[in-house]
Design a protein around this ligand. Sequence first.
Ligand code: ACO
Length: 323
Amino acid sequence: MIRSAICGIGMALPKRVVKNADLEEIVDTSDEWIHQRTGIRQRYIAGEGETTVTLGTQAAQAALEDARLGIQDIDMIILATSTPDHTFPASATEIQRALGMAHGFAFDIQAVCSGFIFAMTTADLYIRCKTARRALVIGSETFSRLLDWKDRTTCVLFGDGAGAVILEAREGKGDSQDYGILASILRSDGRHIEKLYVDGGPSTTQTTGHLCMEGREVFKYAVGMISDVVDACLEIVGITAPNIDWFIPHQANRRIIESLTHRLGISDDKVVITVDKHGNTSAASVPLALAVADKDGRLRKGDLIMLQAMGGGFAWGSIILRL
Ligand code: ACO
């Protein structure tokens, strides 16, 4: 059977680092509060000329280089973002142009923090039904531009950045030893929209709006919802959580990650954490964490990796893959 395997990984971050202490100048907060509640120490914030498209393009170029491929080798691009450069066209087509790709097709997926999991799952389906042989899957966000910088309950939590992978078709036997995506589960439940949303949009206010979140409410649901999809993925692959080599969760809050890890029985040394350095970068968070662990040599070919994300909607999901 055909599997979708990762053959290249890339990332990009804005130039400017904003430390917690820098935020003390803007809102009534402290490094101690932010770190204790979230694990965040700093985040990267896009400056002039840095956008979702420029960061996504850089991450895509890094992934192509890592895979030793050219843009002519790519059949499709999916960009996961909630912060597109324009309402339309899809920012994926702007990245397509920036990469010099005039063939194939490109589109955006919007599932907020779970966007990359939704985009990977979608690309996997295109590859397995032979519509594409290679897909460039990008998560890129500039959440700093959706934030109300006077609201201390949200502005300290997010950052900007991009991560990208190239998925390619590989022949597999159909068992858990195959390379590539072995299982994925997607979920959403619109009854929770008011807990995490942006209060603007072209069809309602004709403005971009600002991010609004009932953080405590989101926290309450996060661990249970994520555990459900993770358990379902483990069951499909026929393994238990301790068999996983690397757990790469959405980087929203260190406390959520730790609760999840303990509940699943995964040891701390198998968990990739980047929330301290990047903050919550929404759809970019999982591919950025994947890229960091790849670049620093932690990930090895053949490793079994579990990805997971949860965010606005709520929308959530999980993927198990062999690198
Ligand atoms: N600095 C100092 N104090 C603050 C700050 C701040 N930046 N923000 C809030 N406070 C205060 C509050 O006003 C409150 O004060 P009060 O008790 O006097 O009313 C106190 O700190 C506690 O506030 P809580 O909201 O209860 O703090 P909590 O421990 O829940 O932490 C947090 C808040 C970090 C937001 C946490 O709830 C969380 O991480 N939630 C989940 C977020 C998440 O995972 N989102 C999903 C992904 S995001 C996406 O999809 C786009």
